[in-house]
Ligand binder design. Structure first.
Ligand SMILES: [Zn+2]
Length: 180
């Protein structure tokens, strides 16, 4: 097991819907261990597989001194009651923004051995379960912000030191050709 490089917003893997896990093998257990170690090192409350470049439906969490993981998670119930709070993400280091989330959720999935698992979460755990499950669908929490907050978030992201602009491959002359 090892600490992996965490991918930042802008990496296409974060915008790709992940594949379900079909084989509960040694490779999956290594992935869970890598995710756990990378999350604890960061440190963060949760880490989803695409954040270390693996497009599989797996995440780990570390909330209220409980470290765990969930494979092929589905949010099966979410409360109408909401919670306020700031949310952040290891793929957007240093940034956090207020986001309403369901106050209580139940997530179902499997552990790394293929046994069914159900997790009931409230407060931080509920927020974490929603945030990490979103990651597996290519959704980043900033997508869900209210329009005003999102505007501020986009500005902060543009100015963030980790957000290096992509390399431009086409020359301006080539682009003129396309426009004409
Ligand atoms: Zn995240």
């Amino acid at each position: 097991m090892s600490i992996k490089q965490i991918r930042y917003l802008g990496d296409p893997v974060l915008r790709t819907a992940c594949e379900p896990v079909t084989t509960f093998d040694k490779e999956l257990r290594t992935l869970v261990k890598d995710l756990t170690e990378t999350m604890l090192d960061a440190p963060g409350a949760g880490l989803a597989a695409p954040q270390i470049g693996v497009s599989l439906r797996v995440f780990t969490y570390d909330v209220d001194d409980t470290v765990g993981h969930l494979v092929n998670p589905v949010i099966v119930t979410r409360s109408e009651e909401e919670q306020d709070g700031d949310e952040g993400c290891l793929s957007l280091p240093g940034l956090s923004f207020p986001l309403k989330r369901s106050a209580n959720v139940v997530a179902a999935g499997f552990n790394m051995y293929g046994d069914p698992v159900t997790i009931e979460g409230s407060e931080t755990m509920a927020r974490c379960l929603q945030h990490e499950t979103d990651h597996l669908d290519g959704v980043i929490f900033v997508d869900l912000l209210d329009p005003e907050t999102k505007k501020a978030a986009m500005k902060a992201i543009r100015e963030a030191e980790w957000n290096t602009p992509p390399v431009v491959k086409a020359s301006p002359h080539a682009m003129y050709g396309v426009i004409r």
